[in-house]
Design a protein around this ligand. Structure first.
Ligand SMILES: N[C@@H](CCC(=O)N[C@@H](CS)C(=O)NCC(=O)O)C(=O)O
Length: 217
């Protein structure tokens, strides 16, 4: 296997990069990162070296570029099938939820942008935002109840679905979103994942973001 490289955006802000990175990190397969600065003067030219779409994440496998978090996740799962749930119906549900996250939740994404380090933020709870939050809460509690018996993750064992919801857990923390007990327990599982701390710390090690920005010492 040639050395895989994942092109990512700012670690504090780029939720899609975090999703792709979490999938790779939890797969245990070797990879390294190329960090780009979103909204910098150089970003468009730099990302264009890897993808015609102009967005991160992008997974580079030799000469081949795989863009979009969902395509990256599926490619990684072809090497490590156990990052999807084992049961076909559970797997189908996990795919439905990832697709729903990938294609939807526009109000949540626009009105509560991810900032992993932010706390005590407040935004108006407009109806479309409240509806997105209610849907996420229902997904988390119902899926945990139906599929989560064997462990703390959405489908018991860690899966790609957890990567797709991790940035939402961070948003709920930043904006103080109150959710029911079952959903809140799952949110804590996502936030306590040491991989998230690793994601930020790796960025610091590479000199990409300042230690002060991520609140690390
Ligand atoms: N559907 C894409 C979305 C990727 C995306 O929107 N990435 C953002 C960063 S989180 C980006 O690259 N934005 C740069 C831009 O739009 O100029 C995926 O799932 O990977």
């Amino acid at each position: 296997m040639s050395q895989w490289k994942l092109v990512v955006g700012n670690r504090n802000y780029s939720s899609w990069s975090l999703r792709g990175w979490l999938v790779l990190q939890h797969s245990g397969l070797p990879f390294s990162c190329i960090d780009l600065q979103l909204q910098s003067a150089e970003f468009a030219a730099e990302v264009a070296r890897y993808t015609p779409v102009g967005k991160v994440p992008v997974l580079l496998v030799g000469e081949m570029a795989i863009w979009d978090s969902l395509a990256i996740a599926e490619f990684v799962a072809e090497q490590r099938a156990d990052i999807w749930p084992a049961d076909p119906l559970a797997r189908a549900r996990a795919r439905s939820l990832c697709a729903e996250m990938h294609a939807g939740f526009g109000a949540l994404r626009q009105q509560m942008p991810m900032n992993l380090q932010a706390r005590d933020r407040q935004v108006p709870l407009r109806p479309e935002l409240a509806a997105d939050i209610a849907r996420i809460e229902a997904i988390w509690s119902q899926t945990r109840q139906q599929f989560g018996a064997v462990g703390p993750w959405l489908f018991g064992h860690w899966s790609i679905a957890d990567a797709f919801f991790a940035p939402v857990a961070a948003r709920f923390r930043s904006y103080g979103v109150a959710i029911g007990e079952e959903a809140a327990r799952y949110q804590q599982t996502l936030l306590a994942d040491p991989a998230i701390e690793q994601w930020l710390a790796d960025g610091v090690d590479q000199g990409i973001i300042s230690a002060a920005e991520v609140g690390l010492r």
